[in-house]
Ligand binder design. Sequence first.
Ligand code: NAD
Ligand code: USQ
Length: 441
Amino acid sequence: SHQTSGEPSKPRRVMVIGGDGYCGWATALHLSNKGYEVAIVDSLIRRLFDHQLGLDSLTPISSIHNRLRCWKSLTGKTIELHIGDICDFEFLSETFKSFEPDAVVHFGEQRSAPYSMIDRSRAVFTQHNNVIGTLNVLFAIKEFVEQCHLVKLGTMGEYGTPNIDIEEGYITITHNGRTDTLPYPKQASSFYHLSKVHDSNNIAFTCKAWGIRATDLNQGVVYGVRTDETEMHEELCNRFDYDGVFGTALNRFCVQAAVGHPLTVYGKGGQVRGNDLVPESILNYVEFLEHSEIGRFSLTSLCFTFTVDQGYLDIRDTVQCVELAIANPARPGEFRVFNQFTEQFSVNELASLVTKAGEKLGLDVKTISVPNPRVEAEEHYYNAKHTKLIELGLKPHLLSDSLLDSLLNFAIKFKDRVDAKQIMPDVSWRKIGVKPKTVAA
Ligand code: NAD
Ligand code: USQ
């Protein structure tokens, strides 16, 4: 058995911070369905970002109140709701005192790398929101529910892309004849990813200093939208981001394929080779798209000389991994780190998978190389370990033709809701400045 010895009782009450978001909503329903008592804590700030930036989910999403009413009427199960900002310690204290969680799953952060790179104020907001929010959660656990297990969403991006294998949290190093097991070096590449590094350090320290029990789930990029529970009713439908700020790679590619927008592989410019029309720059290209009947022109096949490998997982595995972490808690004082992804892909591989799946559905899918708005290695060694969740019993949903097929069909179903202007990336890592920026402008 993987159950840690010395457990007082099976964890039953789970607080899901960020439970109105993409991963959090799916997880809250999943845990409720599995018989856990669930309370969602969320400030709803993610919905506000959409309003402020003029973005919207591909899927229509109900208000959190309607979502929970629907869940109750379908299943008879109640999910508690606490609306507030976890940076407000008084609010957070009240939720801890009234709910008394056995486990806290913490998804409640600003999670977009591009958002954190828009301007100074978004960079500061991201680090303040994430680092102070997590610190408050740590203090609340210490003060009110000492035995509570913190399951914190971290990110694979904390490690960066070192030229050696990535271990799960720790690496054993021999230096000048002495050996120690040390935290794996962190080389994050956005103010967002860095906020996760700062969180990890604070959590590790409080595990040592106060005996907090914590699991850092260094999650890869999530794709997909349906989970068993969100599928039960359209009012339970999850959000699906495809825009250049919040959309993640594979989800974006499926929407792009569905609306006939070329897949946006970020990389060095100059690889676009067309026969009819070769856009000079991406801006010309966007203008060109606006004035052309998409799909009529032909871009010949493009070749790319780089790969950007990363870890990916299906959202159905996000909920499964979190459930496994909760059911098998860390010991008091233990700072446990799991790498939470199931497969590694380069962006080019994802693009070619979507192209093939699209062709089967009769879509004419093209790919363009967009000058990389980020500062990241475009060709690198990547081999990250991810065995600990498998050892706990994770049965991965690997990326399959049928999943891609259903994701594409899903995108096609909602394609009239797509705002093509939101697709191209508009946030540059190099051009970040102190001046507040309106992304839509
Ligand atoms: P999301 O933006 O959809 O959801 C985050 C939720 O947290 C939102 O509902 C937001 O309103 C809430 N929130 C943010 N700050 C808050 C605060 N101060 N107080 C209360 N609520 C707050 O993001 P997501 O995609 O569901 O990601 C959830 C977590 O998983 C994040 O920590 C993210 O870093 C991590 N993660 C996500 C992915 C991915 O591909 N989506 C991959 C790896 C890790
Ligand atoms: N990319 C493209 N084209 C696109 C979008 C992305 O080539 O249209 C590339 C990016 O340059 C990057 C990779 O795809 O190399 C992944 O980008 P992404 O936007 O899908 O994911 P990322 O910014 O890394 O962030 C997402 C989540 C974040 C989470 C992270 C996990 O938004 O919350 O922490 O995935 S990880 O990447 O493992 O750190």
